[in-house]
Design a protein around this ligand. Structure first.
Ligand code: TYD
Length: 403
């Protein structure tokens, strides 16, 4: 498979086999499901980790997109802080413009909108874009690329800040995005984005982050190379305790910018961990197999002992985990989730019913598979009563554990 950034040959790290669309929750178990071959590959030239086959974007981000940002307190708080940082960046700017790619339900931009700053959210999924508009966020429903960037620049002028959270890694034609951002950004503007960080994925073996929507798994090294290809410099990196370990990358147009010490330290750490070589990813494949084996063994043992198991959080990432570990409705009675559009649907491929919190409170299981493990702190805190009454959570990264 050719690298989607530099067109050189890549090397396969791991093959997950056929997978359904991660957010393709079903109304009926008999609904047709689109399957594709999921692999993760490494490019030794530009150092980008990426999936092989991709799913057409319109199959993932459409009027029925199930990922709604404002479903967790952690996320609400995270984006409030991000908005605060932006307000700080623009504080001395004259009539600044802030553009967010993949603005979802306006979770971040609503804070900017409330302060009456010029802003624009670009969100291809119509259902979530409508929520943002209701929240007072100026939103356009389209995919971002060079063409969209030119159109926006003509209508609004150039931006002081262009940002995107958990969206940049979703866009296959990233070269077009970078060209678009270059045209749409002021010369002293900043482009920042945050996505799951490959260093954390490798360290925790959190392979469930690998699914159709996540086309790229960035490192500082790969973002630096990618940015340079398009006239940007990587000027800062800030680790985020989010989505199980993310990184926020800050890029500016090449202009002898000051590069923070943090960039140098983090790049050095990546090199020390061999993220610049194919060999740095071999142990990851072995660890994936080990976790799958241990989790399946535990689930089967608990079922044999007559225990009931439910899942907590019908996350996108659990689609990879459940399918790879071969956990289905035979093992898991239901998955509880607070996203209204997922409730009473079925998980892709594994067909586990998704149920409301009320349902869970009326059908307390013995064990809860913590699929939304990235929200562990919030969930364990919220579910103290379940645990006080003897309920247990099963976690699986970096090791399968009952807590
Ligand atoms: P998320 O962390 O965004 O993961 P992914 O990107 O893999 O979809 O999803 C968290 C899911 O968990 C989301 O569907 C909402 C659900 N959730 C609950 O149902 N209750 C909770 O208390 C929390 C924190 C999340």
């Amino acid at each position: 498979m050719k690298c989607k950034i530099c067109n050189k040959q890549t090397k396969r790290i791991f093959s997950f086999g056929k997978m359904p669309i991660a957010n393709g929750f079903l109304t009926n178990v008999t609904d047709h499901e689109y399957l594709y071959n999921l692999t993760i590959n490494f490019c030794s030239f530009c150092l980008m980790v990426q999936i092989g086959d991709t799913v057409p974007a319109t199959k993932m981000f459409n009027k029925n997109y199930h990922f709604i940002s404002s479903t967790s307190e952690t996320m609400i708080d995270h984006f409030k802080k991000q908005a605060k940082e932006i307000l700080n960046i623009i504080k001395n700017k004259n009539n600044p413009l802030i553009i967010e790619l993949g603005s979802n339900d306006g979770i971040m931009l609503k804070h900017i909108a409330r302060k009456k700053y010029r802003h624009l959210g670009i969100e291809p999924a119509q259902n979530v874009a409508s929520i943002a508009i209701k929240n007072g966020v100026n939103t356009t429903t389209e995919f971002f690329n060079l063409k969209t960037a030119r159109k926006i620049a003509a209508e609004y002028g150039k931006a002081d800040v262009i940002c995107g959270s958990n969206v940049t890694c979703h866009i296959e034609d990233l070269n077009s995005v970078a060209r678009g951002v270059y045209e749409l950004l002021k010369n002293d503007g900043v482009w920042f984005f945050e996505d799951p960080y490959i260093y954390d994925i490798i360290h925790k073996t959190s392979f469930d982050q690998i699914y159709d929507e996540h086309i790229y798994y960035f490192s500082g090294l790969s973002v630096k190379n990618f940015g340079e290809l398009h006239g940007f410099e990587l000027v800062d990196m800030k680790p985020q305790q989010f989505h199980g370990g993310s990184m926020r990358y800050y890029l500016k147009k090449k202009n002898n910018n000051k590069i923070t010490k943090r960039v140098k330290l983090l790049l050095t750490r990546e090199i020390r961990n061999h993220l610049n070589k194919y060999s740095g990813y071999i142990q990851f494949s072995r660890n994936i197999k080990m976790i799958c084996h241990d989790l399946k063994k535990l689930v089967i043992k608990l079922k044999r002992n007559g225990s009931s198991i439910a899942g907590y959080g019908a996350t996108s990432k659990s689609t990879t985990l459940l399918k790879l570990v071969k956990i289905s409705a035979i093992h898991i009675d239901y998955i509880t989730d607070n996203t209204t559009t997922k409730i009473d649907k079925f998980t892709p491929y594994t067909h586990i019913p998704v149920k409301s919190r009320q349902y869970y409170l009326q059908h307390i299981p013995d064990y809860m598979l913590l699929l939304a493990w990235n929200h562990a702190k919030e969930i364990l805190n919220k579910e103290r009563q379940f645990r006080n009454k003897g309920g247990k959570f099963i976690t699986f990264f970096p090791k399968v554990k009952i807590i």
